[in-house]
Design a protein around this ligand. Structure first.
Ligand code: HEM
Length: 496
């Protein structure tokens, strides 16, 4: 076929494409899009958006964009036209309208690595079914009857290895704690056993890939993570087969009370779905909580009065337990940890473990006079709200007292309506129908860890380190700390 014949054949398609682009452009011109810049072709502004910055700030990119365009702006991120929102009201509106106006929409690479049945990427009925299973397994009743005891045992297991005067990575210790807890709760795997250690090792490689650029090329972290993913899945599948075999043999009393046992008995999920559910819960429950605990360890030494007040609260709890002859924390003890809850909220507000969420518009949406076109990506940036000086006084200051008596703004003269507005603006666990399924477990983990930490140890930072947002939060040096045993007669550790 000659060149002119080829051109003649392609002409209708080319014309159709040009017409389509003109129509889109016309429609966009009619729309009142928020101000902003679409950056370079293809790349957009993604590189600037993802440039690492201090986790207690919103970063230079966000600062500059907000000051130039306001809290709602357009951009081109992750290869798609995007509306970025640092506006508390819009963020709430987006999350509360999940499934109606907006829908969860993580980059395809996340689905590639966590699996297509992972809760993070599922939408609609399948998401609802998986969510019911997760909520059932992380219910309030289970927290009281099973998880509190497990959380305390795993805390003590980690803390009991901390030698007086030693220096180590607090982040690694926090990861050890949350990984062991999740592995036990999900698949009844015991800490320290060779299979648990093997899975942990594989999981580290997997995690490096989750947070790396999604380049499936030889030698990249992403490629290695995909390999680790299949090793981990094979491992979980083996556990599943063993469990099914035992169930068939009628060994009821050998059945463990864990997530794996529960889904096998009470759900009709396929093997592939169970594998992705387990992998994604291991991921959701392990990474986030360990970062949150590391952040608390990092913030507290800069605020000795908070450590002092925490210690008083926990000494009081420990004293009452000693008098009652009890050795294990119970739910009533947990409920007494009121100032601790303020420290937890402040850690989550200032550290922002999850900084922004990925959504897309399902319809054309109008908000505060701006149009958000159907199909556009929408990023509610929860960190920007938590660090907004109009909503939280001196937002860069670690001030747990701002949460006392619901006074979340941090000022001494906040009115009732201000208080309500500020607690509405606090969304470390997201919101709406996709609110974090493990939020109560995460707070329990942090509280119990802090309880034994402040009762048993004094600690300081052994080397300068800082929390960075990559945008996932991480301490480049692993947060090295030096610990000293406290000699208080109330410090207790059942394992010693
Ligand atoms: C401080 C610790 C944690 C933080 C800051 C956190 C934050 C979040 C956020 C912001 C979301 C919403 C994601 C979205 O809407 O796109 C989420 C979802 C989720 N989180 Fe957490 N999380 C934490 C701990 C945990 C723990 C311990 C678990 C337990 C396994 C867990 C399980 C989940 C699950 C299953 C979802 C998906 C919920 C759904 O799609 O319906 N998280 N988390």
């Amino acid at each position: 076929m000659s060149g002119s014949e080829l051109l003649f054949c392609l002409l209708p398609s080319i014309l159709a494409l040009i017409l389509f682009l003109i129509l889109i452009k016309r429609k966009q011109n009619r729309l009142n899009l928020p101000p902003g810049s679409m950056g370079f072709p293809f790349l957009g502004e993604t590189i600037g958006y993802l440039k690492p910055y201090s986790a207690t700030s919103i970063g230079e990119f966000m600062e500059k964009h907000i000051s130039r365009y306001g809290k709602i702006y357009k951009s081109n991120l992750f290869g798609e036209p995007t509306i970025v929102s640092a506006d508390a009201g819009l963020n709430r509106f987006i999350l509360q309208n999940e499934g109606r106006l907006f829908e969860c929409s993580y980059p395809r690479s996340i689905g590639g690595i966590l699996g297509k049945w992972s809760m993070l990427v599922l939408v609609g009925d399948m998401h609802r079914d998986m969510r019911i299973i997760s909520l059932n397994f992380l219910s309030h009743a289970r927290l009281r009857t099973h998880l509190l005891r497990e959380v305390e045992n795993h805390t003590l297991l980690v803390l009991s290895t901390w030698k007086d005067g030693s220096t180590f990575s607090a982040q690694d210790e926090a990861k050890k704690f949350t990984f062991n807890l999740m592995a036990k709760h999900i698949m009844s795997m015991d800490p320290g056993k060779p299979e648990t250690e093997q899975l942990k090792k594989e999981y580290v490689t997997f995690m490096k890939g989750v947070v790396s650029a999604p380049l499936n090329l030889p030698g990249t972290a992403y490629r290695k993570a995909l390999r680790s993913r299949s090793t981990i899945l094979k491992f979980i599948e083996q556990k599943m087969d063993d469990r099914i075999q035992r169930m068939r043999e009628g060994n009821e009393d050998l059945e463990e009370d864990d997530l794996l046992g529960w889904v096998l008995k009470h759900s009709n999920l396929s093997t592939e779905q169970i594998l992705d559910l387990i992998l994604s819960l291991l991921f959701a429950g392990h990474e986030t909580s360990s970062v949150a605990i590391s952040l608390a360890i990092y913030f507290l030494p800069c605020c000795p009065t908070a450590i002092q007040q925490l210690r008083e609260e926990h000494i009081e709890i420990a004293r009452a337990k000693k008098e009652a002859g009890e050795t294990e924390l119970n739910w009533e003890d947990y409920k007494k940890m009121e100032f601790t809850q303020c420290v937890i909220s402040e850690t989550l507000r200032l550290g922002n473990v999850v900084r922004f969420l990925h959504r897309k518009a399902l319809k054309d949406v109008r908000y505060k006079g701006y149009d958000i076109p159907c199909g556009w990506k929408v990023l509610p940036v929860i960190a920007a709200v938590h660090l907004d000086p109009l909503l939280f006084d001196h937002p860069q200051h670690f001030n747990p007292w701002r949460w006392q008596n619901n006074n979340s703004r941090g000022s001494s003269s906040s009115s009732y309506s201000n208080n309500m507005t500020s607690s509405n603006n606090f969304m470390p666990f997201g919101g709406g129908p996709r609110l974090c399924a493990g939020s109560e477990l995460a707070k329990l983990e942090m509280a119990v860890f802090i309880h034994h930490l402040v009762l048993n140890y004094h600690w300081d930072l052994a080397d300068m380190d800082q929390a960075f947002a990559f945008p996932f939060v991480d301490f480049p040096k692993g947060l090295p700390i030096r610990v000293h045993h406290l000699s208080t007669h109330l410090a207790y550790n059942r394992r010693n």
